[in-house]
Design a protein around this ligand. Structure first.
Ligand code: HEM
Length: 400
């Protein structure tokens, strides 16, 4: 098999292909998308920290400069929302936007949320066990992070069911060469989401609460620190990034444990391993398989000269199995000590929500391990057809 993000067999089992890439051609040209694939940990890590590479090609002077077609006009409402968030901008705008919200996500602030996260996890798992199981993904993995991030931002309970479909549709645009239909769906979702948040922010202006949207709406009103578009872009980013990968780590993580029952038993027998287990599950089956960067100035990656204007695809899933960095990298080891996985990225865009994700994952895995000692799979799960944001369709289990 070769690198083929549109092939379901590759999506299900990418790791042998990655090994071959790392061994034979760690920086390789991928004709179908015109990107350079970067497979080794040290090159991915260095590229994420290299300021000659950026998240957005808008830093290149013109489309002609990198020989690409401009984006079609119909996508404009999508990019207007997405490019107003911190993930798709560079300093100094990035620094300003990240600073406005970073205080809410520090390890200390997040630690204060732990009792609330634990209570939500306990309630979800309690109901799940009472029903004898079901779809772990839909009934535990999704509602936990959606509830937590919606509460932080102040999205009313009755509207929260809207978040997951909007986020899923928007994420469709991040896959490699999305279909025209997926592009239209993503544009529609981004527009609806933005409109919803505009109305919510207006309500919070009139009647502020103790939540992030109220705080950001106030900052936007105070002067030149946050535009209205940036306010919307920031909220969309936080609400989407705030649950999408966490859901997949929970689903992929349980599926990994079911495939490695010895490690599941080891973890059950010693819950003090939960923090290292969560890191290892994120390494072993990486939820975000790939992130892209634009080359803003000629550079060299892994000894290969890469010219300004092209796009590189950083293969996180491959970096996380690199034997140069991880002992016995294909082995799932819930007690792994030295684990510098790249699943949260690196450099200036390092995941803002990493401390929150860790608390949510530890609490949710912990709650299920404690409450459902006989948890077992009732159906083999199927991967969604997505490569970049990789997760399962569902995860059917019985709690015994
Ligand atoms: C950025 C992964 C959970 C908010 C990132 C990036 C990665 C990542 C890889 C960097 C992307 C790049 O460099 O191109 C993950 C994973 C998660 C997770 C694997 C779950 C296990 C969260 C949560 C939040 C969050 C819970 C909640 C707020 C963000 C934000 C950024 C980001 C705002 C952009 C940071 C910036 O551009 O400075 N995440 N994330 N993430 N993540 Fe997460």
């Amino acid at each position: 098999m070769r690198f083929d993000p549109w092939n379901p067999d590759f999506v299900a089992h990418p790791y042998d292909v990655y090994r071959e890439l790392r061994d034979t051609e760690p920086v390789s040209y991928f004709e179908p998308t015109g990107q350079w694939l970067v497979a080794r940990h040290r090159d991915v890590n260095a590229a994420l920290r290299d300021r000659r590479l950026g998240r957005s090609y808008l830093h290149l002077a013109s489309h002609e400069e990198f020989g690409r077609e401009p984006e079609p006009d119909f996508q404009e409402p999508f990019w207007r929302v997405i490019r107003a968030g911190m993930l798709d901008v560079e300093p100094p705008v990035h620094t300003r936007l990240r600073r406005l919200v970073s205080k809410a996500f520090t390890p200390r602030m997040v630690e204060e949320l732990r009792p609330r996260v634990r209570r939500i996890a306990g309630e979800l798992v309690g109901g799940f066990v009472e029903r004898g199981g079901g779809d772990l993904l839909a009934e535990v993995a999704e509602p936990l992070p959606v509830t937590v991030i919606a509460e932080m931002l102040g999205v009313p309970e009755e509207d929260r069911h809207l978040l997951r479909p909007w986020s899923g549709d928007i994420c469709g645009m991040y896959e490699l060469s999305p279909s025209v239909e997926a592009q239209h769906t993503a544009v529609r979702a981004a527009s609806e989401f933005a409109e919803y948040l505009r109305a919510l922010a207006a309500r919070r202006r009139r009647d502020p609460g103790d939540d992030l949207i109220s705080a950001l709406a106030q900052v936007a009103d105070e002067g030149d620190r946050l535009t209205e578009d940036e306010l919307i872009g920031t909220c969309v980013l936080l609400l989407n990034a705030g649950h999408e990968a966490t859901v997949n780590v929970t689903g992929n993580g349980w599926w990994s444990l079911f495939r490695e029952p010895g490690e599941l038993e080891r973890l059950r027998g010693d819950l003090s391993l939960l923090p290292s287990a969560v890191e290892e599950l994120m390494r072993w089956d990486t939820p975000l398989q790939m992130f892209e960067r634009w080359v803003l100035e000629d550079t060299t990656i892994g000894g290969v000269d890469i010219p300004k204007g092209v796009e590189v695809a950083l293969l996180f899933g491959s970096a996380n199995r690199d034997p140069e960095v991880f002992d016995d990298p294909d082995r799932l080891d819930v007690g792994r000590r030295d684990n510098p996985h790249i699943s949260f990225g690196a450099g200036i865009h390092f995941c803002l929500g990493a401390p929150l994700a860790r608390v949510e994952l530890i609490e949710s895995f912990g709650a299920l391990l404690r409450a459902a000692p006989k948890l077992e799979l009732t159906e083999d799960p199927v991967w969604k057809p997505n490569y970049v944001i990789r997760g399962l369709e569902s995860l059917k289990v019985s709690t015994g």
